[in-house]
Design a protein around this ligand. Structure first.
Ligand SMILES: [Zn+2]
Ligand SMILES: [Zn+2]
Ligand SMILES: [Zn+2]
Length: 219
């Protein structure tokens, strides 16, 4: 599918969704995204452009705030578009995860007279501690006859997600690397999860879930 975006001079990649009812456009910068979101027509065709991301998470390093409760911090950050503040229970208390409504992460946030640089957070893929597979936690696990990682007595490690002879927590596991790639596509490239999964499957060479469609160039 070739279409001319006559309001921009960008050369962007576009890709049809699995069902062929949506067109995803991959952008490389915030400016491109902002320009695209303003589009109301492509050529003579009226279009509705939606950003698939409605919230974005970033982290800050704030040793000055490490004695304060996240609930109190939320009040202080509220004016900056922050909707949630989370401090991981383990690890340094200076690290805070902030959730912003909207799709773009501000470069900095301020708390009183302090200013912090934000970093886009990519959440780690979720892996079940019972069946070791990705995408759910042990409370939702439907794998039967399995046991918790902490109860395992096996001497030869095996990785249920990929079938390899290593523990499922191994950082060279191809399935883990693939799940990390998916998380990165979702959170850094703002790709919808289904699309990210399809792209990652294609890259690894596993069969794609839907018939292959080559991305069309949009000029
Ligand atoms: Zn499970
Ligand atoms: Zn075991
Ligand atoms: Zn593995």
């Amino acid at each position: 599918m070739n279409t001319t975006l006559n309001t921009t001079s960008y050369k962007l990649k576009a890709e049809l969704s699995d069902k062929g009812t949506a067109l995803y456009i991959h952008t490389t910068s915030h400016q491109e995204t902002e320009a695209l979101l303003k589009l109301t027509s492509i050529g003579a065709i009226p279009v509705e452009v939606k950003d698939p991301i409605t919230r974005v998470q970033g982290s800050i390093w704030a040793p000055e705030l490490d004695m304060l409760d996240p609930a109190d911090l939320l009040e202080g950050f509220g004016a900056e578009g922050v909707t949630a503040v989370f401090r991981p229970p383990r690890g340094p208390k200076a690290i805070l995860y902030l959730t912003f409504s909207g799709s773009s992460l501000p470069d900095r946030v301020t708390a009183g007279y302090l200013s912090y640089r934000t970093r886009l957070a990519v959440p780690k893929p979720r892996r079940c501690r019972r069946c070791q597979n990705y995408g759910h936690g042990e409370a939702q696990c439907r794998g039967s006859g399995r046991h918790l990682t902490t109860d395992c007595t096996a001497t030869h490690p095996a990785c249920p997600p990929c079938g390899g002879s290593h523990e499922a927590s191994h950082r060279d596991c191809p399935k883990w690397l693939q799940e990390m790639q998916i998380a990165t596509l979702i959170h850094r490239q703002r790709m919808p999860p289904k699309q990210a999964r399809a792209v990652a499957n294609r890259d690894v060479g596993f069969p794609a879930p839907a018939p292959r469609r080559e991305p069309a160039e949009v000029q």
